[in-house]
Design a protein around this ligand. Structure first.
Ligand SMILES: *Cc1c(COP(=O)(O)O)cnc(C)c1O
Length: 448
């Protein structure tokens, strides 16, 4: 069967995520037959460099041998057992490993990032309720934040395209200014912007802390906002203010965890520990859905009671799935045994060198990098830049999905210098080709 056959069948039967399906009348849907390393292969044998780690999940490369082996081994012993009333080796070992790495000793599992957000929000509120402060029922999130798209998570997600339609269903959260370093005025540093945003946070806390359970944020990089990067002093200030005003700090490291920003967890760069740490995406190397919320002894103890209703009665059927936990253990083993983060530091420096000519282009603004994430904003009159650039890159054998006018790379850690060079060349070619085409189609909203 060819690409075209699979494509037609998919459009008949599959409702694709984050998509206005009618757009596929004009834009390609790409059926993928197989993948290895940084490369995807379609049914006609054409290859695509996966520069976005398949929506930020594929940490170490597709078909990673060690993760595959761990899954084979686990399949031979236990595929799944319910986690209420039962436990198993992979979930115990993973929880112990994550506790040692994060300093947060209690792990609660879900299946997707959004379910981790829901768990953290519910747990924070319930903690205050168990502590006699049920009025602390509101949440604070940042401008341009993204924490998932279930109804609870949408309350703290500031992307009107995803939330406005459902406004009557969504609880209203408080919003504070983003510390996005791109806002720096001439003469201002990223740190100045961060400290100004922290002052705005303090004003909101001073007024509302009595009603607020938690502040939720994406440490260092607001991913879906278009890889908005900010100075770690914002996190330091946020931690200090949350302590001062008795509000939990929820760190959503769903996108940035597991070395993406250069350290295993982004919070390490501000030397802070959150009250809740949400993890997902790269946790299984992109093999299986798994999410996790790590929290403190203090939070855990507030639920420990003779009263069943004081317990956290949340559950998902696949909570702590043994296969997913085994994949996560193989990821942690690989990061440790191959000292991947140290390797990434050298690699990131080389990649930034390879990308220097792109950064110097006159149509490129705010070129930025944090760990294994690169992003820049394209100065273009085209309203359809994101779609047109995505298509132009596909033609050139690269999967790059801009968010609005922001082009970003978030490659699997296995990416090699030669592959980064290919990506840089294809990007320059595609930018030139689009600039030569007049006008383009009308503006469309930005999708991640
Ligand atoms: C992707 C993402 C989520 C949601 O995760 P899903 O698995 O897509 O539900 C939440 N927070 C951040 C920061 C994310 O990038």
């Amino acid at each position: 069967m060819s690409n075209q056959d699979w494509l037609n069948r998919s459009l008949q039967a599959v409702w694709h995520p984050c998509t206005q399906m009618k757009r596929h009348e004009r834009f390609p849907l790409v059926p993928i037959a197989s993948a290895q390393g940084a490369w995807l292969t379609d049914f006609d044998g054409k290859r695509y460099l996966d520069a976005v780690s398949s929506w930020w999940v594929n940490l170490l490369g597709h078909g990673h041998p060690r993760i595959k082996q761990a899954l084979h081994d686990q399949l031979d012993t236990l595929e799944h057992v319910m986690l209420a009333g039962f436990t198993h080796r992979p979930v115990i070992e993973l929880s112990e490993r994550l506790a040692a790495l994060s300093g947060l000793g209690h792990a609660f599992y879900g299946s997707d990032g959004a379910s981790a957000t829901e768990i953290a929000l519910k747990m924070s509120f319930h903690y205050w309720k168990n502590s006699g402060k049920a009025q602390k029922s509101r949440f604070i999130s940042l401008e341009n934040s993204y924490h998932g798209e279930t109804i609870g998570a949408l309350a703290v997600t500031d992307v009107p395209l995803f939330s406005a339609t459902y406004a009557p269903l969504i609880a209203r959260a408080l919003r504070v200014p983003t510390p996005d370093a791109r806002q720096a005025a001439p003469g201002q540093s990223a740190r100045d912007v961060a400290l100004a945003a922290a002052r705005a946070l303090e004003n909101v806390l001073a007024k509302h802390a009595g009603d607020v359970a938690a502040l939720i944020l994406e440490p260092l990089v607001q991913g879906a906002a278009g890889m908005a990067m900010y100075h770690p002093d914002y996190l330091r200030e946020a931690r200090r203010l949350c302590d001062q005003y008795q509000v939990h700090l929820i760190a959503d490291e769903i996108a940035v965890g597991f070395g993406r920003t250069g350290t295993l967890f982004a919070c390490e760069q501000a030397d802070i520990r959150p009250d809740f740490l949400c993890l997902s995406k790269g946790i299984t190397g992109g093999f299986l859905p798994l999410s996790c919320v790590l929290t403190t002894d203090n939070v855990y103890q507030a639920f420990y009671s003779e009263d069943v209703r004081a317990g956290f009665l949340h559950s998902h059927s696949y909570t702590g799935n043994p296969l997913a936990c085994s994949a996560a253990l193989a990821v942690l083993d690989t990061l440790r045994d191959e000292d991947i983060l140290a390797g990434n530091r050298d690699k990131a420096a080389r990649f930034s060198g390879i990308l220097a000519p792109l950064a110097a282009r006159t149509d490129v603004r705010h070129f930025r990098q944090q760990g294994m994430i690169w992003a820049f904003d394209v100065d273009t009159p085209r309203g359809d830049f994101a779609q047109a650039f995505f298509a132009a890159m596909l033609e050139r054998g690269c999967l790059v999905r801009p968010i609005g006018n922001t082009v970003y790379y978030m490659p699997p850690y296995c990416l090699q210098d030669g592959e980064m060079r290919q990506l840089a060349e294809a990007t320059a070619e595609a930018l030139d080709a689009l600039a030569r085409e007049a006008g383009g189609a009308p503006a469309q909203p930005a999708l991640p």
